[in-house]
Design a protein. Sequence first.
Length: 341
Amino acid sequence: MRNKYPVLFATILLLISSIAYSAPQQEKNDRGEIVAKVNGAPIYEKDLNESLALRFNKRKKYGMQTNHLQPNVAYALKMQVLDELINSAVLYQASMAADLPDVEDQVNQQILSLASTFGSEEDYNKFLKTKNSSLEKKRAYFRKSYLVQAYFDKMGLTTPKIPEEDIKALYEQQKKSFRIPEQVKLSQIFIKTDKDVSPEQKKKILKSAQQAKQLLLDGKTFDEVTKKLSENPELVVSGGERGYIKKGVLPKEVDSVAFSIMPWKISDVIESKFGYHILMIADKKPATFTPYEKTRDFLLKYLETEAVRKNVATHTQELREKANIEIFLKEEKNTDKKAGS
């Protein structure tokens, strides 16, 4: 199966990532109690717990609490995960019922691609066993994923048509995000001062800065003065030229002067916490916005991704309404008694 929309494929894989736990299975005692059924196909307690563990790992990653949850919170979280498993189940069942092409070639290609990074399928299988998995489990997962991908493609869920006016409307809504601040083309003499510099040393450094300005006023170029006095290697190489600098990048005291001074005028000596600066502005560019043409592809991909999410959510809900869904998960009651009750 050829994936014509690689940008959206990652989104689809996220939507169906729990299918490995929700596909119809045979009754097995070691998978615990049945917590739900979708058209008679069971979802076991172990399936729920495995998916719940993935959710907990994500919560831990973002510093969220996972231990000692209140029973009502734990139950609500379990129901959210179970709801996702039910969604995956109805999608997988629909893909199995559809007249879809064989995806074994794609599964084999995926396995071979992964195995090649380990040397061989045998080496890859050895690695998987260290992760409590196997080639068979990987094949099953990829097969289910590609089946649902093919089903989405067949149903037209992954090929949204985004009108040009919608892209332009989003550009106008988000135009502030594409603002390019005012810029100046800057040449600079910079003489550094250390944090622990003594007052006497600071006076000497200031005198050097004032001398640098006088040399510029006497007709010396920034290149000549920079090579003579500046301690900044980059400025020495560039002859003091820093190119175009956006407003707000420079230290506050320097930025204020850089965006108020007239072009080609040499500034006074400016003191910042880093040292002393002397500026000259060769050009100014007013604030503007990144043109629509340069943002169009980015905006289109965003709208396509959102459209796919909406299409899948709507279609999944339609499948759920037609399915026979039974939920057996029981809420754990909080038996702790509050003081004074």
